[in-house]
Write a protein that binds this ligand. Structure first.
Ligand code: GDP
Ligand code: CA
Length: 318
């Protein structure tokens, strides 16, 4: 089967590791909302998390960046921060020494004029993720966050520097109006047998992929079942600060509310066993929903979860 997955970073990548074991033809449409330029380097955190996770290079502890990493460059930048007395150096963003190699290579190819989709494929030639990884767009986009006080900051500033602890009132994919889907993205959606929304952040991962003009429309028009997995279990995110994102756009942090947030796209939805009530209510609302174990604790349980997604898609088709 041809399976197309709209994936963010850690949640998306872990799900993909399980799905990959089932032996299908997988295309991943990655999130560029997290992208940022720091120290003149274009950073694409979610693309790299998918690439490193599936390529066996991810830090198991952190879930982002490289295993066996050191941070000598970052720490040395810290010495400039301390001595300069300014806070305009983004030393709060952790780029490890090995990770820097990826970023220097990407910067070199970008300077040569190669599109991000071609660069991503070249980086993946080394990591062999076993899926086709596409950026959502080759055009520069990035998520901006409006804070309750009215100020607008880059998503990474809010997420990493402020730990999403400052209330936000909205998100915008800056650059989206001039952006178009990367080559292969719309074909991957139109030609899929199943489209999957994995347990990624609904607002700043899946939401920002869908914000690239044409992608939401393609998913809505897809003849294939569109099935999703809740990133919310028991009213809380498993990891990260998705609750702060959902609160900002007025969506309750529950498996039920996230399904309704996607309602115009979804044909099927998986919630955790502890949220069986949510599945019952969704079925009453007319959405095919099922309660299965959603904790991606190891590769076997994650593969079983991916299998449940495909079973749900098959049932949608009937
Ligand atoms: P990020 O870009 O690194 O934040 O990663 P994603 O957007 O792809 O995924 C983040 C989401 O993954 C969070 O909202 C988590 O709740 C969710 N998540 C992480 N681990 C699990 C898990 O084991 N099960 C489920 N259902 N969701 C998870
Ligand atoms: Ca992300």
């Amino acid at each position: 089967m041809r399976i197309t997955v709209l994936a963010g970073g850690i949640g998306g990548a872990r799900f993909l590791a399980g799905l990959r074991t089932l032996g299908h033809d997988i295309t991943v449409i990655g999130n560029n909302g997290d992208d940022v330029t720091l120290f003149g380097l274009r950073i694409c955190p979610d693309l790299d998390t998918v690439m490193y996770t599936l390529g066996g290079g991810i830090s198991a502890d952190r879930g982002w960046g490289r295993e066996d990493e050191t941070f000598r460059v970052r720490d040395d930048i810290g010495a400039y921060v301390a001595a300069s007395g300014t806070d305009d150096l983004p030393s709060w963003f952790g780029l490890g020494d090995l990770d820097l190699a990826t970023h220097l290579v990407r910067a070199h190819w970008l300077a040569e004029g190669l599109p991000l989709s071609v660069i991503t494929a070249r980086l993946c030639a080394r990591w062999e993720p076993g899926v086709r990884l596409l950026p959502s767009t080759d055009d520069p986009v990035e998520t901006h966050v409006t804070l309750a006080a009215g100020e607008r900051v880059h998503f990474q500033e809010w997420w990493v520097r402020l730990h999403a602890a400052v209330p936000a009132t909205g998100f915008e994919l800056a650059g989206a109006s001039g952006a178009s889907p990367a080559p292969g993205v719309l074909d991957a959606i139109a030609g899929a047998d199943v489209v999957v929304l994995p347990p990624s952040n609904p607002v700043v991962s899946v939401g920002t992929i869908l914000a690239v003009p044409g992608i939401r429309e393609a998913v809505a028009a897809s003849a294939a079942p569109v099935v999703g997995v809740s990133p919310i279990i028991g009213g809380a995110p498993v990891r990260g600060m998705a609750d702060a994102c959902l609160a900002a756009i007025g969506v309750e942090t529950s498996a039920y509310a996230v399904a309704h947030h996607y309602r115009d796209l979804l044909d099927g939805w998986l919630v955790d066993e502890t949220d069986k009530d949510d599945a019952d209510r969704l079925n009453e609302d007319g959405l095919l929903a099922r309660a299965v174990p959603l904790w991606m604790t190891d590769l076997d349980t994650t593969a079983r979860l991916a299998g449940a997604v495909l079973t749900l898609a098959a049932d949608v088709r009937q």
